[in-house]
Structures are given as structure tokens and as C-alpha cells.
Design a binder for this molecule. Structure first.
Ligand code: SAM
Ligand code: DTB
Ligand code: SF4
Length: 331
């Protein structure tokens, strides 16, 4: 969607924008399902990149311990639990600029992906920069979706990251699409960007061809030691507005209410679901930061008469005992 159209929509009165987003949502999503995505950091910290929001960058002293690539069995254990708890997508993140075919690290990641894919849960990875060869190898190993955010507008990107470019991000997304994986691409609010930057970000995302399958909208979680440690909290109404606009500009994408939910009230989250969010990260931890407890999320979904997206019917029964009961949520 062109910038001018996004701007015209955005600058309407709040309730008009929400009403339009709701209408688009109802026209494209016949159910009230919310996709639950589990997240696991399989390789943490020590990253060469200088993304100014990120606790995992080696350029800053956030106090985070660096951890090597997890063992396959440990990852599989977490994936089984995630599936048993109701997540339909398992997203694995690794800190670093990117991955390179032929390296031992990448071979180990492919091995992990094959193992998770065999559990019949959707497999998402977020590993930074990819070339065509790496993208193809990941798809063959069983990756369904690749998360690679553009985070902000092209104009603001150099203020946030200097070790790679906005164009580098777009190139990776192209490789992911060419290899036939779904693209999961969104951004962060709260980086000091203007409303114009937010709209430009959505202009770029909504004009991908094909459009992304999912769009995570993160609110900055300020990380000690990073340049954005003192970032101001994102206003919940601004967040709802942006989610509404994302829903209107990419009607078929799962819009994920992502990082920062621990700072949102249930009511603010309800507004975001009303505006078109239909996916969340589910589980007590994001990559390094906290996420709402699963029991709170189940209770909230129940209060709002939203349903966890059912698992693919062809998938076999969970292979381990659930850590927590899936439902019903406690009253
Ligand atoms: N290294 C890979 C990359 O940069 O694409 C994958 C991991 S990276 C941590 C994934 C995304 O998490 C970032 O693009 C950003 O949107 C989000 N993120 C990271 N730190 C965050 C923070 N402190 N607050 C909100 N979102 C954050
Ligand atoms: C995304 O857009 N958000 C997730 C996921 N993709 C990988 C990551 C959020 C990270 C929040 C900060 C942290 O846990 O360190
Ligand atoms: Fe590294 Fe990704 Fe964090 Fe940037 S966002 S510092 S690339 S882990």
C-alpha cells in the first residue's frame, strides 16, 4: 500500500481506524483464532552486529551471558513441550550476522531443524543474513517460515544499525522467498522513530511480493547497556493504531502482537486483538526477555472468546506429557 494511502488511514480518528481494521479483519479471517508461537534462543549473545535495541549485541554490555549453540536433544525437548502446550509454530533464534553454508554451525542448525520438523510443528528460524544456498538448504531441512524483520523505515535504519544495511535485510528476504519459505517480517516501535518512519516501514512490508505470511509488531523492551536502554515505553494506543494499519495493509497476514506484552494491560492487548492482531509469542520467555505467563495468556484468550489456532490435523498426538494443561484456563 502506498505511503499516501497509509497516511490517510492512519490520521483518521482512532475509532474510525479501528472500525475499518475490524471490518477488514472480519472479511479475511472467518474464525477467532490466535496463532501461538513458541520462541527459543538456540544460540545467545556475542553478536557481531550493533542493533541498538538488542541485548545480544557484543557492542554493548547488557550483562547477558553468551551461550553456544544448544544441543539438538535439548532443543527437541523444548519443541515437544511447546507442541504439547498448544503452540503450532516453534521459532528458533540465533544471534549473529548470519549463517554460511558448509560451516559446522550451519550443519548443526540444519540437523536441529530436521529434528523439529519431524515433530510436525511449523518450524520458523531467525538466523540473520542468508544467501540463496543457505535459504534452499533450510527449506529442504523443513523450515516453514523465516523471520527477518526490517525493524523500522529505510531512512531510520542507519540510526539503529550500522553493521549491515537495510538493503542487506531486503536481500535476505528475497532469498527466503525465492527458496519458497514463508516470510515473517515486521518491526519494532519505540526506537525513537517518527510516525512517518512507522508508515514507511509498513509501506515496505505491505509491498513485498508476495506479502509476508506473518508480521510481528514488537514494542521496544529497553535493554540495560544498549543505546536504547532509556527508551520511552510505547503508547498502547499508538501500538493499536499501527496494528490496525498493518491489518488493513496486509489483510491475509498473521499480525503478531510480539515483544513488550509484559508492559501491556489485558485491556490494551484486547484493543490490539480487536485491531487485527491474531498471533502471539506464547511461553514465559522471548529470546532473552520475559513474556507473559502462559496461564495469563490462556485466561486472557478465554475472556476475549478467542481460540488458540488448532494444530494441523494430520499431526500426531504430542509425544510428551504437557508441562502445563492446555485448557481450560483457570478462572
Ligand atoms: N539475529 C537475527 C536478526 O537480527 O534477524 C534474529 C534475532 S533478532 C533478536 C529478532 C528480532 O527481535 C529483531 O529484529 C527485533 O525486531 C526483535 N527484538 C530484538 N530485541 C528487541 C527488544 N529489545 N525489544 C523489542 N524487540 C526486539
Ligand atoms: C520478533 O519479531 N520478535 C521476537 C522474534 N521475532 C524472534 C524476538 C523478540 C525479542 C525480544 C527481546 C529479547 O527477548 O531479547
Ligand atoms: Fe545480532 Fe539479531 Fe541482535 Fe542484531 S538483532 S544484535 S543481528 S542478534
Amino acid at each position: 500500500m502506498h505511503y499516501a494511502d497509509l497516511a490517510a488511514l492512519y490520521h483518521q480518528p482512532f475509532f474510525s481506524l479501528l472500525q475499518q481494521a475490524r471490518e477488514v479483519h472480519e472479511n479475511h479471517w472467518s474464525d477467532s483464532s490466535v496463532q501461538l508461537c513458541a520462541l527459543l534462543s538456540i544460540k545467545t549473545g556475542g553478536c557481531s552486529e550493533d542493533c541498538s535495541y538488542c541485548a545480544q549485541s557484543a557492542h554493548y554490555t547488557s550483562g547477558l551471558d553468551t551461550e553456544r549453540l544448544m544441543e539438538k536433544e535439548q532443543v527437541l525437548e523444548r519443541a515437544r513441550l511447546a507442541k504439547a502446550n498448544g503452540s503450532t509454530r516453534f521459532c528458533m533464534g540465533a544471534a549473529g550476522r548470519g549463517v554460511r553454508a558448509g560451516t559446522r554451525g550451519f550443519e548443526s542448525v540444519l540437523e536441529i531443524v530436521r529434528g523439529v520438523a519431524a515433530l510436525e510443528i511449523e518450524v520458523c528460524v531467525t538466523l540473520g543474513e542468508l544467501g540463496a544456498e543457505e535459504a534452499e538448504a533450510l527449506r529442504l531441512a523443513g523450515v516453514t517460515a523465516y523471520n527477518h524483520n526490517i525493524d523500522t523505515s529505510p531512512e531510520n535504519y542507519p540510526n539503529i544499525v550500522t553493521t549491515h544495511s537495510f538493503q542487506d535485510r531486503l536481500n535476505t528476504i528475497r532469498h527466503v522467498q525465492d527458496a519458497g519459505m514463508s516470510v515473517c517480517c515486521g518491526g519494532i516501535l519505540g526506537l525513537g522513530e517518527t510516525v512517518e518512519d512507522r508508515l514507511r516501514m509498513l509501506e515496505v512490508i505491505s509491498e513485498f511480493n508476495p506479502p509476508p505470511e506473518s508480521i510481528p509488531i514488537n514494542a521496544l523492551m529497553p535493554m540495560p547497556g544498549t543505546p536504547l536502554a532509556d527508551g520511552k515505553p510505547v503508547d498502547a494506543f499508538d501500538l493499536a493504531r499501527l496494528i490496525a494499519l498493518t491489518r488493513i495493509s496486509t489483510p491475509r497476514a498473521r499480525v503478531r502482537l510480539s515483544a513488550g506484552r509484559t508492559c501491556l494491560s489485558d485491556e490494551a492487548q484486547a484493543l490490539c486483538f480487536f485491531a487485527g492482531a491474531n498471533s502471539i509469542f506464547y511461553g514465559d520467555k522471548l529470546l532473552t526477555a520475559a513474556n507473559p505467563a502462559v496461564q495469563n495468556d490462556l485466561a486472557l484468550l478465554e475472556k476475549l472468546d478467542l481460540e488458540a489456532k488448532p494444530a494441523n490435523r494430520s499431526a500426531p498426538a504430542p509425544c510428551s506429557t504437557p508441562e502445563r494443561p492446555l485448557s481450560p484456563a483457570p478462572k
